[in-house]
Ligand binder design. Structure first.
Ligand code: 6GU
Length: 270
C-alpha cells in the first residue's frame, strides 16, 4: 500500500518511522511519503492560510497550495502507485459512494466535522492500494478543494472522535496505524485480529477482556483460576463473560446497538 500525507508539519509524522508502521515501511509493505504543503506556495512567506469569507475567528487554508500539492502527488502515482500490486477487491468499489472513480486513490480528509473513523472504515481502507491524507490546521481547508477532488476521487471526510484537536496530523497517525496493522503480513500473527475489540466475528464486536501473563503471583494478586485450568471451553466462556461485562460497563451503546441474535443463552445468564 502507498500512503501520501500532505502537511505543513512534516516532522509531526516522524512517528511513522517507529514500531509497527516503521517496520512495515522498512520491509517494503508500506510506502509512506510525507510532503510539505509549503513547497507548493510561491510567495516569500510560504503563506498557506487567509481570513475567512463572511468573517469569523481563525484562518482558513488557501485552496491554491492544496490544489498544486494534490495534483503533483496524484500525478506521481497516476499509473500504478509504486508498483505495489493492488490487493484483490481493490477495484470493485465495495463501500465507495459511487460516482467518483472506485479504483483510484482514496483522499482521506481529517476533520472533526467528518464521519466517525471506525474499525469498519479501517478495514475498508486497508483494502485500497493508495491513500492520500490531507491533515489541516486552522479552521480547515477552503471547501472548494474538497469539492474539486470529490468530483474525481473517492473522498472521505473523517473524524477520530468527538473532541477538537489543533490539527489533523495526530488523527493521521491514528488512522495510518489502524490501517497498517490490518495489511497482510504486517502483524506477526494473523490471528491477532480475530479478537480485536470492535472486530466482527469471534467476539461479536465486544470489547476485549483482561489479559494476564507471568508471574503467577504479583503483589499478592493471582491469576483467575480458570485460565490455569487448561479447559478450553471454560476459558472461552470466561473470556466472553468478561468481554460482555466490560462492554456493558464501558460501552453500553455497543450492546444496545448489537443484534440480539448475537447473544447466546449463556450470555443472557451472565
Ligand atoms: Cl480528524 N481533526 C481535528 N482537528 N480534530 C478532530 C479530528 C480531526 N477528529 C476529532 N477531532
Amino acid at each position: 500500500m502507498r500512503i501520501d500525507v500532505v502537511t505543513i508539519f512534516p516532522e509531526y509524522l516522524e512517528p511513522l518511522n517507529v514500531s509497527l508502521v516503521g517496520k512495515a515501511r522498512a520491509r517494503g509493505q508500506l510506502d509512506v511519503r510525507v510532503h510539505d504543503l509549503r513547497e507548493w506556495t510561491h510567495d516569500r512567506h510560504h503563506t498557506v492560510d487567509d481570513t475567512p469569507y463572511g468573517g469569523g475567528p481563525g484562518m482558513v487554508m488557501k485552496p491554491e497550495p492544496w490544489g498544486e500539492a494534490l495534483d503533483a502527488v496524484l500525478a506521481s502515482g497516476a499509473a500504478a502507485p509504486d508498483g505495489t500490486a493492488a490487493p484483490d477487491g481493490v477495484a470493485d468499489g465495495a463501500g465507495a459512494e459511487g460516482g467518483a472513480a472506485d479504483a483510484g486513490p482514496v483522499l482521506v480528509v481529517p476533520t472533526p466535522s467528518g464521519r466517525p473513523f471506525t474499525q469498519r472504515l479501517a478495514v475498508e481502507l486497508a483494502a485500497k492500494p493508495w491513500l492520500v491524507f490531507t491533515p489541516a490546521r486552522y479552521e480547515g481547508i477552503d471547501r472548494r478543494v474538497i469539492d474539486e477532488y470529490g468530483d474525481r476521487l473517492d473522498v472521505r471526510e473523517v473524524s477520530v472522535g468527538d473532541y477538537v484537536l489543533a490539527g489533523g496530523e495526530a488523527p493521521v497517525l491514528v488512522m495510518v496505524e489502524a490501517v497498517a496493522r490490518l495489511l497482510p503480513g504486517v502483524l506477526g500473527n494473523a490471528e491477532s485480529h480475530r479478537d480485536d475489540s470492535f472486530a466482527p466475528g469471534a467476539m461479536d464486536g465486544l470489547l476485549e477482556g483482561p489479559v494476564y501473563t507471568k508471574p503467577p503471583e504479583w503483589r499478592g494478586r493471582g491469576i483467575p483460576e480458570v485460565l490455569l485450568s487448561g479447559h478450553h471451553g471454560r476459558i472461552a466462556r470466561w473470556r466472553r463473560d468478561q468481554a460482555l461485562a466490560r462492554t456493558s460497563a464501558n460501552r453500553p451503546d455497543l450492546i444496545e446497538g448489537s443484534d440480539p441474535a448475537a447473544l447466546d443463552k449463556h450470555d443472557r445468564a451472565a
